[in-house]
Ligand binder design. Sequence first.
Ligand code: PEP
Ligand code: MG
Length: 294
Amino acid sequence: MLDVGPGRTADGYRVELLATIGGPDPVHGVEGVGLLRTEFLFLGRSRPPTVEEQRVAYREVLAPLTGRKVVVRTLDAGADEPIPYAATGSALGVRGIRIARARPDLLRDQLEAIARAAADTGAVPWVMAPMIATPAEAAAFATAVREHGLTTAGAMVELPAAALRAADIASEVDFLSVGTNDLAQYTFAADRHRAELADLLDPWQPALLDLVAHVAAVPTHVGVCGEAAADPLLALVLTGLGVDSLSMPPASLPAVRTILAAHTLAQCQELAAAVRRATTPTEARAAARRLVLD
Ligand code: PEP
Ligand code: MG
């Protein structure tokens, strides 16, 4: 992959364009990593990985990216398949940060491994928790992160409750990252793996965009790391809403970078305003296309 440099609008407004990755394979030539999913270390085994095992894996990701932003997400297993030592296998049950209720040792070990990998490499990873529902959960997570000597703690906004109270959550952590995949699932009560409900899970749904806009208005770092960030047109809308980083599969980065570089921040804001007036996903897309093609 080529080094593509930092993301910018046509008038030079910075939007970080980051990679979403789900494994230990290091990525090169990216501005940074906006979401490292860590489930690969925990799934399909009867016992959790040791601190040392995890440390090696995190080090592999962090080492080539020292000096760049890397956002490590703590364990979010448990939505689709149970993990025998911790989580239920239910989207409405014990998953994400809730795993730490019964197994705080799993979170502590993971944070310890991330901290050791950071010390090994000189990297300064940002660490965020999935499935945060309340400011109290965010505060407890931030405390745990700092107790391990890690400096930057964040909360994913994936639940409508978290989106509605994003300002209160933001005051407990250093950044927010909107996971639009789960935010859509929980806003529409639509299982994200059900293809026949794709219309409800459409990231252009006005209700979803209202929640994202509400979060983006909070004066803190707000990223988007769900699938929505990989849609070039929607990336412009998210930029116009005030989102300052977009994380997506590496293959999606060039198209988003190109469209962003061809539009000013004011155009993105105009696009976002037009899209927010729409009452259906089809209308929202059409409104955005009209302005981009004009
Ligand atoms: C999301 O929910 O949008 C997200 C990025 O997390 P995951 O897809 O891993 O649940
Ligand atoms: Mg999620």
